[in-house]
Design a protein around this ligand. Structure first.
Ligand code: ZN
Length: 188
């Protein structure tokens, strides 16, 4: 009899403990779900903020797509803003050897000097050196297509740099779309 009552007592206790445990478990699960949701919401916002910071941090001249379209020729827009490439031997600047400065067609930042221009035979304006600090290079490009070059101020795509340039100077060939450039003669 003693054992029986003790047995029921233990059963009774374990039953209530079980109910309590289930209740606690339910509360914990609720908390976990809420925490997961909060974490997801914050991490999404965090990424969005990071992306925004990245975009606004790098370039000091920024415009909307329609503003760029209004400012640039269709070809310049395609090159600078969409990373396009003009057809070889089509740019007037390919065979231009006057003294002056080549500036960004998007934001007028001086990018290349005429003294660094040479005829690479590629059909695109070619330079062995950029104006330091005004051109940025993206590291994600591969060796076959060269390393991509951008205007450091507006982020416009200019062309690519290859390591088959003049050996007697830098050994680099900055292969630049003429549509991404404007030539400012020295005496102007
Ligand atoms: Zn620019």
């Amino acid at each position: 009899m003693f054992y029986n009552s003790r047995f029921f007592y233990v059963m009774f206790l374990s039953y209530f403990r079980l109910i309590e445990k289930i209740k606690l478990y339910a509360i914990k699960m609720k908390k976990l779900i809420i925490l997961t949701l909060v974490f997801l919401i914050f991490s999404c916002n965090g990424n969005a903020q990071k992306n925004n910071q990245k975009e606004s941090k790098v370039y000091s001249v920024t415009k909307t797509e329609s503003e760029w379209k209004a400012k640039l020729s269709p070809l310049a827009f395609n090159v600078l803003r969409n990373g396009g490439t003009e057809h070889a031997f089509t740019s007037d600047l390919n065979k231009n050897y006057g003294n002056g400065t080549y500036v960004c067609a998007g934001c007028n930042t001086p990018l290349f000097k005429s003294e660094n221009k040479y005829d690479s035979g590629s059909g695109w304006p070619s330079f062995d050196k950029e104006i330091k600090g005004n051109v940025v290079f993206s590291s994600g490009s591969n060796y076959i297509y060269g390393i991509e070059e951008h205007c450091a101020i507006c982020g416009g795509h200019l062309g690519h740099v290859f390591n088959d340039g003049p050996k007697n100077t830098t050994g680099l060939r900055h292969c630049i779309n003429g549509a991404a450039l404007k030539f400012i003669p020295e005496n102007e």
